[in-house]
Design a protein around this ligand. Structure first.
Ligand code: PLZ
Length: 448
């Protein structure tokens, strides 16, 4: 047994990139913390794994018992550039030492402006853009809806089946799934209309046919003239890593344009290199009117944004958008460093490399319990079903994820039926660790 790894307390690239279990999972220190937690932390906030983090970087997370896990979850798609990326640490650290907060609405600072400039450059489309910064994905989504309502003078908002947009009151209404997100928390915000989406594995429709179905339902239930916005994840995240059929998003965007409906792409999970492009909309050359983003943009710090057409965003009166912490200076510095790391570390290409390795490998398994393997870039889902049917098998997804956890690999599940194992590795993960993580996943599936 080796002693504490050098760098184990600082994270970052110094952390040895290996899977190593020193205790049972969870170990004694984690068990102790789990007991303290039960007496102090709200039960409603739950965790996928009861192991407590001590350090993380590259493709690993080390727990308080010294166990080193391969991270295929990135804290739900957040640590795209890796945990404690050196440039993020340096730039956020320097910002931290200068000032921690002034409130952009009181005395502004350059980092906010620079981040807005950079987001205008990387988001889809070369039109004139404006940005407002917030703290979380849900807050960005709420504000995108506020902007769309203000700019159009309309109140109705369209969303689709399997959608996930957050846990605040409006975003709970926009989210499709009851448990665990909505149950008992109503009443919800009104004027939300839901239509079917494109789910090729389950509906077998091509993109234009799926879009026609979505549009028909919305015209009938809401009326195109009453809709302020259509809000959609270009690849659904929590709903099951559902990649829509080609042409689906473009057809919806065209319909929105025709009827003056603001097309909002929720790229909170898909944005910032995750799918092998700056944004998932880029794969289909779809240009949304507004883009929401969070997660990967902050290199692990809480920051979110709405970026979109200047004439829409600037329709809102001065003082109509904001919040005490939105665009915190330390988080802005971290975000600027994270965007720089995407470029400097070639992470868009790296995301594609991950897909090129993982997708064919998982598809080749030919296991009859795997209904579908799908995704783009480093956003990959394996949907489990009962062999010979499309009946969701959530038990199997749970068993496979559990076996991975016990073997030292962090994977997450998702899906309306909870039957999808999803992979969201940091793009900083070394290739050999990715391969080893997939070996463990395969073994977990064989033994489940
Ligand atoms: N939009 C597309 O994926 C967050 C949720 C985890 P926040 N997804 C992870 C959970 O169970 O709370 C998400 C998303 C999309 C919006 C959000 C919300 O982002 O930063 O969690 O508010």
């Amino acid at each position: 047994m080796t002693t504490t790894a050098p760098g184990a307390l600082t994270g970052g690239p110094a952390l040895p990139q290996r899977r190593e279990l020193r205790t049972a999972v969870p170990g004694p220190r984690s068990l102790e913390l789990q007991e303290r937690r039960a007496a102090a932390v709200a039960r409603g906030v739950s965790s996928t794994m009861p192991v407590y983090a001590a350090a993380a970087g590259g493709g690993v997370l080390v727990d308080v018992d010294g166990n080193s896990f391969i991270d295929l979850g990135s804290g739900i798609a957040v640590t795209t550039v890796g945990n404690s990326h050196p440039q993020v640490v340096a730039d956020a650290g320097a910002a931290l030492a200068r000032f921690t907060h002034t409130c952009f609405m009181i005395t502004p600072y350059e980092g906010y402006v620079q981040l807005a400039e950079e987001l205008a450059a990387v988001t889809p489309g070369d039109h004139d853009k404006r940005t407002a910064l917030f703290n979380s994905g849900a807050e960005a989504v709420e504000n995108a809806v506020k902007i769309a309502r203000y700019a159009t003078g309309r109140s109705a908002v369209a969303v689709v089946d399997h959608a996930y947009h957050g846990r605040t009151n409006l975003t709970m209404a926009l989210t499709a799934k009851n448990m665990p997100y909505k149950d008992g928390f109503g009443p919800f915000a009104p004027e939300v209309y839901r239509a079917p989406t494109s789910y090729p594995f389950r509906d077998g429709l091509d993109g234009p046919a799926a879009a026609a179905r979505t549009i028909e339902v919305l015209e009938r239930s809401a009326g195109a003239n009453r809709l302020a916005a259509l809000l959609i994840e270009p690849i659904q995240g929590e709903g099951g890593f559902v990649v829509p059929a080609p042409g689906f998003l473009a057809a919806l965007a065209a319909w929105c344009r025709e009827h003056g409906i603001v097309f909002i792409a929720d790229e909170v999970q898909t944005g910032i290199a995750r799918t092998g492009a700056w944004f998932a909309c880029d794969h289909e050359e779809v240009v949304p009117d507004l883009v929401t983003m969070a997660k990967g943009m902050g290199g692990g710090l809480p920051i979110a944004a709405v970026t979109g057409r200047a004439e829409l965003v600037d329709a809102v009166h001065p003082g109509g958008l904001g919040g005490t912490y939105g665009g915190n200076p330390v988080a802005c510095a971290a975000a600027l460093a994270a965007l720089g790391a995407v470029r400097d570390d070639g992470l868009i290409g790296r995301a594609r490399e991950i897909a090129d390795h993982a997708l064919p490998r998982l598809r080749q398994l030919g296991d009859p319990r795997i209904g579908d393997v799908r995704g783009r870039g480093a956003m990959i889902g394996v949907e489990f079903v009962r062999p010979g049917t499309d009946e969701p098998d959530a038990e199997l997804a749970k068993a496979v994820a559990g076996a991975c956890h016990r073997a030292g690999v962090i994977v997450l599940t998702c899906g309306t039926w909870g039957n999808v194992v999803r992979l969201l590795p940091p793009l900083a993960i070394p290739q050999d660790l990715l391969v080893e993580g997939l070996d463990v996943l395969e073994e977990a599936l064989r033994s489940a």
